[in-house]
Ligand binder design. Structure first.
Ligand code: HEM
Length: 265
């Protein structure tokens, strides 16, 4: 689906025309799905009620209603925009989270884990941090634009310049993370075994446009790793170990790896 946004004029070429058709069909299925669910939601809520919205769609619809009622015509709160927002959230939350989890499935820890134990389970949290650092799944950030003139490290960047920050470089900086290719959860633990805050661990980026789903994604990854490792043992077959080499793409993923899994005793 990401390709669909970038395919542009290429859809007139022989191979890309059938690809574009397929992508457009998928897009229509998804957009129809969002449209139906938004309408269903609309029918269930009282737009004039003064209660706290239950979710993003309700908050959006209420704001749209408020603006229309006040006669404000210069706004983007409409059904198309809401469908696009739902699509963005759906897409951003899909591949990013599942790729990290796929990679993390290769990492063993036999700690027994429950959500309430998080503060006690420093090593498990360090494993999660290190998995996100090594996986480093966003090879380059999204396109942004400078809102004013700025000088960075002696380089002048005028207002309105398109920039693509590269946080992936920060997480592989060997001055901060010696031997960056190696998986070492201990990096995130101090001598007393407590979790260390390392400012350069930025898998969700930084600043105003940092990941909206950070809290949700972190919780998902923590719970999945913790519970899988709690219930199962993952072991290599024929002495083969998984590699931390990364497969390039819009998001970076692990190479397929076959391993054995058995229930822990
Ligand atoms: C391991 C999981 C995830 C990682 C590593 C991740 C990473 C990121 C990064 C680095 C950005 C900033 C990109 C940029 O502007 O340069 C971002 C933006 C965003 N993410 Fe995530 N994300 C994850 C999961 C999620 C989930 C689960 C959701 C939604 C439920 C989500 C929603 C978003 C949205 C909406 C933005 C755009 C925010 C904005 O432009 O203001 N992400 N994500």
């Amino acid at each position: 689906m990401l390709m669909w946004k970038h395919i542009g004029w290429m859809k007139n070429l022989p191979y890309f025309s059938s690809l574009a058709k397929q992508i457009e069909e998928n897009r229509d299925i998804l957009y129809t799905y969002f449209d139906e669910h938004i309408n269903q939601h609309k029918a269930e809520i009282d737009l004039d009620a003064d209660n706290e919205p239950k979710d993003y769609v309700e908050a959006f619809l209420k704001e749209q209603h408020r603006r229309e009622r006040s006669g404000d015509e210069a706004h983007y709160f409409n059904q198309t925009q809401l469908i696009n927002m739902c699509f963005d959230l759906w897409l951003a939350g899909q591949e990013t989270t599942s790729l990290t989890i796929e990679l993390d499935e290769m990492i063993g820890s036999d700690r027994m884990v429950e959500e309430n134990d998080k503060n006690l389970l420093k090593y498990t949290c360090a494993v999660v941090n290190e998995a996100q650092r090594v996986a480093n799944i966003i090879s380059h950030n999204l396109l942004h634009k400078t809102s004013k003139d700025v000088v960075i490290d002696g380089h002048f960047i005028p207002k309105g310049t398109s920039i693509v920050p590269q946080m992936s470089v920060v997480m592989y900086d060997d001055e901060v993370f010696p031997e960056p290719e190696k998986f070492k959860p201990e990096r995130f633990l101090d001598e007393a075994g407590n979790l260390k805050k390392v400012d350069e661990l930025i898998p969700f980026s930084v600043g105003k446009r940092q990941c909206l789903g950070e809290g949700l994604a972190k919780m998902e990854i923590y719970l999945l790793i913790a519970n899988l490792c709690n219930q199962f043992e993952f072991y290599s077959i024929n002495g083969k170990e998984p590699t931390t080499k990364r497969r390039c793409g819009q998001t970076v993923g692990p190479y397929p790896f076959v391993c054995g899994i058995r229930m822990r005793k």
